[in-house]
Write a protein that binds this ligand. Structure first.
Ligand SMILES: NC(=O)c1ccc[n+]([C@@H]2O[C@H](COP(=O)([O-])OP(=O)(O)OC[C@H]3O[C@@H](n4cnc5c(N)ncnc54)[C@H](O)[C@@H]3O)[C@@H](O)[C@H]2O)c1
Length: 441
């Protein structure tokens, strides 16, 4: 019932993507720029690429699942678009995958890449990610955090010596699946120009906070960068040859807004959430620093803020990211309902619906709560397949070929049958001639 009302309200806001067809050549000819791909086939293809690039099979499957989940949630910036970059990091030997045995305990084996707990109490842990894939470290950390929160009511697990972990929401979702409130954060490489600074000196440092609500898997799902947009949105515009809106990024001077994604990627940077100082961007900058402190300073990362290496395949050194995961068991904070069930999900459902039912300023635009747009995208992806921009699909085909994978066996037909092109844009982090000083600092 609640979901029905929700979907009905959302229909007023979201326009279904252009016509769906299984023949991708037709898609391209008819002017649509997207193809729709079976989720499992896409995950299998991306996992095969990661494995071919050097990741262990089960890690490849996990990372592929995280990437494809982003596309399913309507976040293409952090989806298959990133497969090429992850593969390049693996091929360049920037990620430590040696000695993996999957036990999470490497004993005296200093060469193992298994994440390990370096400090621990009943409710906290600090984890050394041993420069393994970010998803592997995050999965390990969240499993520990969930166990501790169930036992004590709340847990805080931080990680150091890790890598890019994809969308923060994927990790908060693991707590949500267990009826817990989950927060996930990570620091990243410098791409944001802090308020009053001249060049980039902070990452896009996302925060996700998911909370369970009663009724048809409803929940609050806030998942956002602390920059106006994450760098992935600039990447996508770069790949699609599109201008970016004014306000997302600045040129090399640090103060001039630009619509050119290449300028932002190569020598400029992103604005903090809120934009320039005049529009209170300093609050986004402050939030961004908070994430950096909880992820990097609290976990003991070797490099913090401006000193974190750039996220580029030619960087030559580990990025050494830190993460922070907070799990809260709401049932331990509140008295239960008369029937013994927890009162938190019901209270939250009431609050969420109260917000959704606020009178809209424009009749056709219903008031949403965080997570509504992504849930709708997920519902569509489940019906019609994962939506990929043609450029991203073609770059995946190129990746499969470049890695020497079996294209006949691996590529979903919608991607395999796309028209051939000589102009597949490589991933921007691998292709742009950047000013090393602004990228690294
Ligand atoms: N791992 C990394 O290094 C990294 C860095 C930055 C961002 N990211 C990821 O990038 C993704 C996208 O980030 P973003 O900042 O572009 O997110 P966004 O701006 O698209 O959405 C942010 C939040 O706003 C909510 N929202 C959107 N429209 C709304 C509306 N009308 N009413 C109420 N809520 C609404 C969304 O549900 C979401 O929770 C996130 O998944 C984030 O984790 C990852």
């Amino acid at each position: 019932m609640v979901l029905g009302i929700l979907l009905e309200r959302r229909r007023k806001v979201w326009h279904k993507p252009a016509s769906i067809t299984k023949n991708s050549s037709d898609v391209v000819k008819s002017g649509s720029n997207h193809v729709y791909v079976n989720r499992q086939e896409l995950e299998r293809c991306v996992a095969a690429c990661l494995e071919q690039a050097g990741a262990p099979p089960d890690h490849s499957v996990l990372v592929a699942r995280v990437l494809v989940a982003a596309d399913c949630r309507g976040i293409p910036s952090h989806g298959v678009n990133r497969a090429e970059m992850y593969c390049q990091e693996l091929q360049a030997g920037l990620i430590h995958t040696i000695g993996y045995d999957g036990t999470g305990d490497d004993g005296d084996d200093n060469n193992s890449s298994d994440p390990t707990i370096v400090r621990e109490t009943d409710s906290i842990a600090n984890i050394n990610g041993h420069n393994n894939l970010g998803a592997v470290v995050a999965q390990y950390a969240m499993e520990i955090g969930i166990q501790k929160a169930k036992a004590t009511g709340v847990s805080l697990v931080v990680c150091h010596n890790s890598n890019h972990f994809g969308i923060a929401g994927y990790w908060a979702q693991l707590a949500l699946d267990q009826g817990l409130i989950g927060l996930a954060m990570t620091n990243t490489s410098p791409f944001m120009v802090p308020t009053r600074a001249k060049s980039r000196a902070a990452g896009t440092n996302p925060i996700a906070c998911y909370c369970p609500a009663a009724g048809n898997n409803d929940s609050f799902q806030l998942d956002m960068a602390t920059t106006t947009v994450p760098v992935g949105k600039i990447e996508v515009c770069h790949r699609q040859n599109q201008a970016i809106p004014l306000g997302w990024g600045v040129t090399a001077s640090g103060t001039q807004s630009t619509t050119d994604p290449t300028k932002v990627m190569s020598s400029g940077g992103l604005t903090p959430l809120g934009g320039l100082e005049e529009t209170a961007g300093y609050k986004g900058y402050g939030l961004n620093m908070m994430v950096e402190i909880l992820c990097a300073v609290l976990s003991g990362c070797q490099q913090v803020g401006p000193d974190v290496p750039p996220w580029r395949a030619d960087r030559g050194v580990p990025v050494g990211y830190g993460h922070c995961f907070l799990c809260i068991d709401p049932h331990q904070f509140l008295p239960n309902n008369e029937d013994g069930s927890s009162s938190f999900p019901q209270q939250l459902a009431h609050y969420l619906d109260r917000m959704r039912n606020l009178p809209p300023a424009e009749e056709r635009l219903a008031v949403l709560v965080p997570g509504d747009p992504e849930r709708q995208e997920e519902a569509w992806a489940a019906q019609q397949g994962v939506r990929l921009h043609v450029n991203v699909a073609q770059s995946l085909r190129t990746l499969v070929r470049d890695l020497g994978c079996n294209e006949e066996m691996l590529l979903p037909p919608e991607i395999r049958n796309l028209p051939e092109t000589n102009h597949v844009a490589p991933h921007p982090f691998a292709s742009l001639a950047t000013d090393a000083s602004t990228t690294a600092k």
